[in-house]
Write a protein that binds this ligand. Structure first.
Ligand SMILES: Cc1cc2nc3c(=O)[nH]c(=O)nc-3n(C[C@H](O)[C@H](O)[C@H](O)COP(=O)(O)O)c2cc1C
Length: 307
């Protein structure tokens, strides 16, 4: 069997596949199912200091013609106290879980991290890039001083690496990465969803209750690949986790060649025939590709820059 292990800074995971934030990462049992399906690690739903009901339905709308999706969940989550209780089984099970967190004040980030540190996270993923997160979303990323202070605070209190998840809704994603990295970020996650809208021509209204939402899935893959390529060009020493439109081993390979050390997968779970096999199938196709090419996984990382 080919080794699919990959390194993200000091962290090593058994496969480059990671569950993306907000998709199946709401309960311990669903996270465990994804691990049993061959994934290297799982990111939780984004968690804030207080419970957040998010937006009213409809919050998700599938676009099957492009194997994509629109969502405006609005950072719905049970809040850190309740989520901590839900994730306590992991003190025994020790699955590689990355906690996605958000906030718009240093104090919130400190409190969330001090609570979740007790669960021995693999890493934190600081979400400053939700396009429908209102004052907790993109507006945090677009306030350089606040953004810098939240990353610095996360680094100060975290007992594990801090990854920062960026948005493609930016003139130059690498300028945001510069702020994150110079504030201590251990890795960059790119990309979150793209701000978008779909209108139903019969009802003549936007399909999502929030009107605008975030576009994910196959349609955004070239945008994610370009973001990862640009990030790797400018910051070749900082690990990058690629996200956006990944469904197959070919998609994973493309992101690795662009410079990602690992990838996250979300919307593909809505389109696969068998959710329980998504990870094992991609892993086995990755193994075959590496065997055919006579390469190790790490040799693919950033290879598109070299030839
Ligand atoms: C229903 C849904 C909920 C999401 N919730 C979150 C979230 O809570 N935090 C976050 O950082 N990203 C969230 N995302 C974005 C995904 O983590 C990912 O960045 C994006 O969907 C692109 O990857 P994909 O094309 O594989 O889905 C969500 C995406 C979807 C479709």
């Amino acid at each position: 069997m080919t080794d699919l292990q990959t390194q993200i800074g000091d962290i090593s995971i058994r496969s480059p596949l990671i569950l993306a934030a907000g998709v199946l990462g709401t309960s311990f049992s669903s996270i465990k199912r994804v691990y049993n399906n061959g994934f290297g690690a799982m990111v939780s739903k984004s968690i804030g200091i207080k419970p957040n009901a998010g937006y009213v339905n409809p919050t998700i709308f599938l676009l099957p013609e492009t194997r994509s999706a629109m969502n405006a969940v609005g950072l719905a989550n049970p809040g850190v106290e309740d989520f901590f209780e839900k994730m306590k089984p992991n003190l025994e099970e020790k699955l590689p879980i990355i906690y996605s967190i958000y906030g718009n004040e240093e104090e919130q980030i400190r409190a969330i991290i001090e609570k979740l540190n007790q669960l021995n996270p693999l890493a934190y993923e600081l979400n400053v890039s939700c396009p429908h997160g209102g004052k907790f979303g993109l507006s945090v990323l677009h306030d350089d001083e606040l953004f810098r202070s939240l990353v610095t605070t996360a680094k100060k209190y975290a007992t594990c690496p801090v990854w920062v998840k960026l948005s493609p809704n930016a003139v130059n994603i690498t300028d945001y990465a510069e702020i994150a990295i110079s504030s201590g970020a251990d890795a960059i996650v790119a990309i979150n969803t793209l701000k978008a809208m779909v209108i139903d021509i019969e009802t003549m209204t936007p399909v999502l209750a929030n009107k605008a939402g975030g576009l994910s899935g196959k349609a955004i893959k070239p945008i994610g690949v370009r973001a990862v390529y640009d990030l790797y060009s400018r910051f070749p020493k900082t690990p990058i986790i690629g996200v956006g439109g990944i469904e197959t081993a070919e998609d994973v390979i493309e992101y690795l060649l662009a410079g990602a050390s690992a990838v996250e997968i979300g919307t593909a779970f809505a389109y696969t025939d068998d959710q329980e096999k998504l990870g094992t199938q991609i892993n086995s196709e990755l193994e075959s590709y590496l065997k055919d090419k006579g390469l190790k996984l790490e040799e693919l990382i950033g290879k598109a820059h070299k030839e």
